[in-house]
Design a binder for this molecule. Sequence first.
Ligand SMILES: [Zn+2]
Length: 827
Amino acid sequence: MRFFNCLPALAFAAIAGVSCQNTIIEREHEPLTPMSFEKVTLEDDFWLPRLKIQKETLVPFSLDKTAYAVENLRRTGQYLRGEKIEKGFEGPYYVASDLFKVMEGAAYLLILEKDAELEAQMDEIIDIIASAQDKDGYLYEVHILPEQKHNNHRKGGSGPTRYSFVDHSHELYNMGHMYEGAIAYYKATGKRKWLDVAEKNAQHINKVFFEGDPNYNGGKPVMHAPGHQEIELALVKMYHATGNELYAEMAKKFIDIRGKDRQQSRYYSQAHIPVREQREAVGHSVRATYLYSGMADVVSMTGDTTLMPALNSIWHDIVDRKMHINGGLGAVPGIEGFGPAYDLPNRDTYDETCAAVGNVFFNYRMFLMSGEAKYVDVAEVALYNNVLAGVNLEGNKFFYVNVLEADGKKPFNHGTAGRAPWFGTACCPSNMARLIPQISGMTYSYSEDDIYTAFYAGNSTVVPLAAGDVKLKQTTDYPFDGKITIEVEPAAAGQEFTLWLRIPTWCGEQFVPGELYSYADGNTSKVVAKVNGKRVRTEVVDGYMPVQRAWAAGDKVELTLPMPVRYSVADERVEADINKVCITRGPLVYCAEQPDNEFVASTYILDKIGEQGKVATFNEGIMSGINNITLKSQTVDIAEGTTSPATLKLIPYYAWNNRGDNMNMNVWFSRDAETAMKSITRAVGNVLDVQASYTYPNDDPIAVADGKHPKSSNDHTIPRWTSWATSQLGKTQTLEVTFRKEQPVESVSIYWFDDHDGVYLPAEWSMEYKDGDEWKTFQPYITDRFGVEPDQFNMVHPQGEVVTKALRITMVPQPNKAVGVLEMVIE
Ligand SMILES: [Zn+2]
């Protein structure tokens, strides 16, 4: 490290005529070593209770839910031993990955605290896993079990034979998760059995993919990157755990070959071009963040800076254009992935929990590689908001999909309007099982003579610096309070090192790094650091306030990160957030939820920017200990468009949906009545609401009146309504459109959706209008008909005068088909 003392500042001072006050300490740009999480003892009221829930509920519950994956492996073992098996493979073909992730989480718990019962359970499962490994190291149940015993998986994602369809098979994805589990268990117990299975598998994969194995692919190396990334970062972990450089080379090779071969769904799996040429975040967001994490790992491990232009540019693409304010990624449901720049809807977003976990992984690795605080700032926002929302406070219900606005009705979370107890594809709950126990290690990292604070949490640890161990004890009520005290005890008095205190982005002009969000309230808050009561006077460098001194036992560092209530606005290109504000405090995004508020959450208007309101703490029930904010606001009556004063109570976003399902919730608040009205009904003109007889869960009836006009009947880029469901095929459907005010209807035009993949043009349709309480037939004008032409609006005019408050469209599908509407125009 180099010390510049006051020199650069002095040069400036001579010109500007001001005196030198703050010392500048230059930060050395070098990769950092993270603290191993078992070396950091959490002692706080935020994470420690979560760890307890992890141990008592989440992990046992998740082991129970993945028990059928163990049975698949058991039968695979029986088959390999030549025993008779009764049943075939059950569940999605990647289900073992969920089991491995839960086991990884269990292993972390064992590191933190001995538990003979849990260890015995793990050993039993590990014996079963080992028994399911083929002689050559191959381990993927679907392709080991005999043909008649595997359902139809080979026809679908897993391909006809071993490694014949790695674009979709998840063979390498499963194994990557197995490596991570095996490494964690080895670290927890010192037992090698599972790690041996993992290493044998990795060596087998190396042979098949990079050297050539006579039993696979005609002996030619497969040389093809997997459709779902994961093995890359897992191989890096295996290299660190074993020291065997083969795994480091394999990780690099898998990254190097991506995008160089023809691959199915190339954008979806980030294989459209070689990774070094990539500049934008595209495709499935979990795959993407796992890939970028693996790339960052390879840079740290090999110093291969040729990956940096891609990593820097992709990072900017994410934080400047494609991230929700809660750190959520992957707004597009259809691909579970990144949409176009600024396409960040609140109600119809996807934001898979795993993608937010991937956002933490990616940014944390970028931080370790560079030491730059901005990456922790992003990871922190993703962790405290979107990731934590992924599981309820009790640890047994989960979000797969994370919306920023809920009406309490739409089943946004794979069929439920709240967290679900589990999912067929359980990647998200199992990711929670393994991420949370690792948080303690993310509090500090270090180099030779520098200690970096990353996440703030009450804890004790010993950081092994080159000149001697440094004991640290941190006390704080973060994230609800920004006072942080760190007591320092060096190995010997006078030990010199620099403690780099992270000053989060949210303390400055904006909530989170990137160009998307900025504070609009004009509030300022001053960060203060003291050592033994004396103000630290160093410049903030790269997002840190450095404290450099010869330390003595009992030295006390006090950092104050003020946490006023802040009002963020989004880049105006984010359509869903136009003329809206989002409330944050510290690293937390706040939302309004039904149980605390008299009116529907999205009807509240925040027209006074900057009001501090009242910050309080819940002191009973499930929300006990959690902060809330009360603000003066207005609420809009959506039928009348009038506003009245109201009190808005906000809770941290991560804590919503803990007091019952089907609750309305809102993060971005309109600044005036007009915005609120448009946003709530989301329909243009006089349309108040659209109800359908049946709606496919990813669709929405109101989309037919949202003013978005399609380019063709097969346009998948705009929201739509369809009746797609096996149970609805061929069934007559209705759409009922209600107006705010009675209006004359001169014409009605419908643009049909037809994807030739279940949803087709209807066979016929008709319309009624409401006259008082009675539905009357809408007679088309003499030359008109109820048209069913594709790729155009089908317009009908009424025979006589129609003045009404509602229309009802009745659609008869073609036999065994569903129907859909992209847009309706009523004039
Ligand atoms: Zn997931």
